[in-house]
Design a protein around this ligand. Structure first.
Ligand SMILES: Cc1cc2nc3c(=O)[nH]c(=O)nc-3n(C[C@H](O)[C@H](O)[C@H](O)COP(=O)(O)OP(=O)(O)OC[C@H]3O[C@@H](n4cnc5c(N)ncnc54)[C@H](O)[C@@H]3O)c2cc1C
Length: 370
């Protein structure tokens, strides 16, 4: 009987293990992942400094120190543009590297990692049975966009985007910069070019899938990328398309022995495609909730998880959803980018909202509505 079984050992899963073991190093924690590590993951590879703050809180430091920080961030929509230094640098680190280091850190903390493709779980009175043979007091479903744990909990998926990513040589005009270019049609849709600092950029394009327009093909996605960021895909390799489960107005984790974290919980910022911060934040909180429930000899970690995640994310998710609604009107998107170009503080507010857990401040609202 494991104290905690974590399904998926990406950022959310490794963080769940780290959160539990930081609270109580004596816990038995098993991480199950269908892949061996290192493994690739379709992603923009953008890592906000807030992610590193959270990891430092559980003793994980220095995992991106050998990569070059990126300070510049540009947002464009048609011919309006803001291009400024961020208050704190970001990192662009391939997920083959970042996730491997995080999974290693969880193992160093005491978790076991076993390769296994989980097919399903059964919630029993005293435990959770994974795949009919692994017993756990608690389970964290951190198995990404197509989570089987979410399916078995009966949680319906929310809005989804589809994006393609590749690696291409960095043109000099986009060096040392993270660039997001919003598409001309309905939002959210955007292309990105994130310089890794080693001569290569992570480039891609994604858009929200809706029932009233055809699903874009790989050729469509690549054509949009090239139209929005000319030259970005030249010499590109390792193209990979993937779904992004986007966050909505609310998120209400259920009570009990099983919790969802990261993409499995549908937590990707619809403005920017950022999901690693949410994955690490919710993973850590889920792991801590398990340690607290075990200490209290309780069968319910989900209720305290719900309370703690609400404190961190409830207002932020509403503000993000509102911004996405507002910016569906091109006029508001235009005004927001112009306001951020005119005022560093509005730019900083926008970055906090898009990359971590920021809110719509008064000055940002004035900017969006100007
Ligand atoms: C194209 C693209 C660009 C993006 N760009 C960014 C960006 O620049 N910055 C950012 O912060 N976020 C970005 N995101 C979002 C980010 O990739 C995700 O939010 C993040 O990976 C979530 O972490 P996770 O641990 O929840 O899920 P994942 O990273 O998907 O990890 C899930 C793990 O579960 C495993 N798994 C899945 N099913 C099973 C199963 N049945 N049994 C066992 N194991 C299983 C998988 O092998 C995987 O290791 C992007 C996403 C996409 C698709």
């Amino acid at each position: 009987m494991w104290d905690l079984v974590v399904v998926g050992a990406g950022p959310a899963g490794a963080s769940a293990a780290l959160g539990a073991l930081a609270a109580d190093p004596s816990l038995s924690v098993l991480m199950l992942d269908r892949h061996d590590f290192p493994r690739d993951k379709a992603c923009g590879d953008g890592i906000a400094p807030h992610v590193l703050d959270l990891l430092a809180g559980v003793g994980v430091t220095g995992i991106v120190d050998d990569w070059t920080p990126v300070r510049r961030f540009a947002l464009t929509w048609g011919d309006v543009e803001v291009d400024r230094d961020m208050a704190r640098p970001n990192w662009v680190v391939p997920r083959t590297v970042f996730d491997h280091r995080l999974a290693d850190a969880a193992q160093t903390a005491g978790a076991q990692l076993v390769r296994r493709r989980v097919r399903g779980l059964e919630i029993q009175r005293r435990a959770v049975l994974v795949d009919g043979e692994v017993d756990a007091r608690f389970v964290v479903g951190a198995d990404g966009a197509h989570s089987v744990v979410r399916r078995d909990l009966g949680v319906k998926p929310g809005p989804v985007a589809l994006a393609i990513r590749g690696y291409a040589p960095t043109p000099s005009a986009r060096a040392a910069s993270q660039v997001i270019a919003y598409g001309p049609g309905r939002q959210p849709s955007y292309a990105w070019s994130f310089d890794r600092g080693d001569g290569w950029s992570n480039v891609g394009y994604g858009e929200q899938l809706t029932s009233d327009r055809p699903r874009p093909t790989r050729a469509d996605l690549l054509a949009h990328l090239e139209a929005l960021l000319p030259g970005a895909s030249g010499g590109g390799k390792s193209w990979w398309g993937h779904h992004l489960p986007l966050s909505g107005w609310t998120w209400r984790p259920s009570a009990g022995r099983v919790m969802l974290a990261g993409d499995a919980a549908g937590l990707i910022n619809p403005m920017t495609g950022e999901g690693i911060y949410y994955a690490v934040a919710t993973g850590l909180l889920a792991g801590r909730a398990v340690a607290n429930a075990l200490r209290a000899d309780s069968a319910d970690a989900g209720t305290s998880y719900r309370r703690r995640t609400a404190r961190l994310l409830a207002r932020h998710l509403r503000h993000t959803a509102l911004t996405v609604q507002l910016t569906r009107s091109g006029r508001v998107l235009d005004a927001g980018i112009r306001a951020a170009a005119a005022d560093q503080r509005i730019f900083d507010d926008l970055v906090e909202l898009g990359l971590a857990d920021g809110l719509i401040t008064r000055r940002l609202l004035r900017g969006l509505m100007s």
